[in-house]
Design a binder for this molecule. Structure first.
Ligand SMILES: *[C@@H]1O[C@H](CO)[C@@H](O)[C@H](O)[C@H]1NC(C)=O
Ligand SMILES: *[C@@H]1O[C@H](CO)[C@@H](O)[C@H](O)[C@H]1NC(C)=O
Length: 389
């Protein structure tokens, strides 16, 4: 490369390092023991910081992992995963305050088949390991002999609860899922994890919130409230069928992604969400195929079919909405998504309420002009209206 270009690129690199360092809060931190590290990063989640000095000549990493506002009932951990950017296979340093109120630190290889946090040796040497707990800030200090040539590491960090002096599993949602990133020990650049499971969970969430959670209630609104307008006579039926079948088609795709995700998540089972999901799929499928068994409009069993179809349909809708919110609990996305979906449901509810009032008004008016008898219920009346047309 041209020397001038090289100089320019170096200057650019230096500038970008300075700029990124200026945005960090970790650079202003002074350790109580006056230890100084060459570099640091603010972790994007779980309110924690990594400080380190790396000697490529002998592959020695000196590091400190710091987490302010760690309660005495919490453990913290920082790990390198030599194999993948994932929890399983992590070579972890774990610290907590033990029953003598002292910071206790140890190593643990988090691996299948039993990913417990028992004390075990790591796949690399840790010649020095200590921890401090000062003003609610827990810090792990370690010297690590990395495998020669490893200058970029997959790092995983965590916090979790304690019970009776032992660390319990951490949460598996939200920030506790996002706490992984690669770190280039030489340049300090980090790359947040592209969490493919999280991405697939998001796709699953969108598919199901749109299909089961939004299109199906919309289809029910079409059926119930357009029916009363004579002009909308067969149109409401086709709208209803189109809405429900497309909801069902997308919903089956969403359901299948959910079953796949559930099968992969052997370590954590979300039973409520899973069971409601399976029941929904069964009821939804029965509902679609029951269409083929629908008796003619004037058949004497049609009334039973209608009762069945309505009660099943409303149950599916209620369960769908409940399960979308169960899904929000698991995925814990940004609150705006939960708020957006709640907004859609409130809007649909409000539209249904207004249309319900309009329907009653029309039906009563029609009834009055036809006879003096007050209608017992809308469906009996609309059935009559239908029969007339
Ligand atoms: C590794 O190298 C650094 C600097 O060259 C030195 O300070 C450190 O003591 C070495 N560590 C080991 C374990 O040899
Ligand atoms: C607490 O941890 C410290 C440091 O590891 C250790 O010396 C001490 O024995 C531990 N106390 C208990 C009760 O385990």
């Amino acid at each position: 490369m041209e020397p001038k270009l090289q100089t320019f690129l170096n200057a650019l690199l230096l500038l970008s390092l300075c700029l990124s360092a200026a945005g960090q809060t970790c650079t202003n931190h002074n350790f109580a023991n006056n230890e100084v590290f060459a570099a640091c990063v603010d972790h994007p989640v779980l309110n924690s910081f990594l400080h380190w000095t790396f000697h490529p000549s002998n592959a020695t990493l000196r590091m400190a992992f710091r987490r302010p506002s760690t309660s005495p009932n919490q453990w913290i951990a920082w790990a390198i995963n030599p194999n993948a950017l994932a929890m399983f296979g992590s070579q972890a340093l774990i610290a907590y305050r033990n029953s003598s109120a002292l910071p206790h630190v140890y190593t643990s290889s988090i691996d299948l088949p039993s990913p417990t946090m028992q004390q075990t040796r790591l796949s690399f040497e840790v010649p020095q390991l200590s921890a401090t707990y000062l003003d609610d800030e827990m810090t792990i200090f370690a010297t690590i002999s990395l495998p020669p040539g490893m200058t970029t590491v997959n790092q995983v960090w965590q916090e979790g609860p304690m019970a009776q002096g032992s660390p319990l599993p951490h949460a598996f949602t939200g920030d506790n899922r996002r706490s992984l990133a690669t770190l280039d020990l030489l340049t300090g650049s980090t790359t947040a994890a592209v969490d493919s499971v999280l991405r697939r969970r998001n796709i699953h969430g969108v598919l199901n919130a749109v299909s089961w959670g939004t299109l199906m209630p919309m289809g029910a609104i079409f059926a119930r409230y357009l029916k009363v307008f004579k002009a909308a006579d067969p149109a409401w039926f086709y709208l209803h069928v189109a809405c429900q079948t497309s909801a069902y088609a997308v919903g089956v795709a969403g359901w299948a992604t959910g079953i796949k995700l559930g099968g992969e998540s052997a370590a954590v089972q979300y039973n409520t969400h899973r069971n409601i999901g399976i029941a929904l799929f069964v009821l939804g499928s029965v509902q679609v195929f029951a269409l083929l068994l629908r008796p003619k409009k004037d058949h004497k069993y049609r009334i039973y079919w209608n009762i069945y179809h309505h009660s099943m349909g409303y149950s599916v809708i209620i369960m769908s909405i409940i399960n979308v919110f169960e899904g929000f609990k698991i995925l814990s996305p940004d609150n705006k998504w939960r708020r957006a979906y709640s907004g859609v449901i409130i809007l649909l509810g409000a539209v249904a309420l207004v249309l319900e009032a309009v329907t009653w008004f029309i039906v009563i008016k029609r009834r009055r002009s036809n006879s003096n008898k007050f209608p017992h219920n809308i469906s009996a009346h609309t059935a009559k209206v239908e029969n007339r047309v």
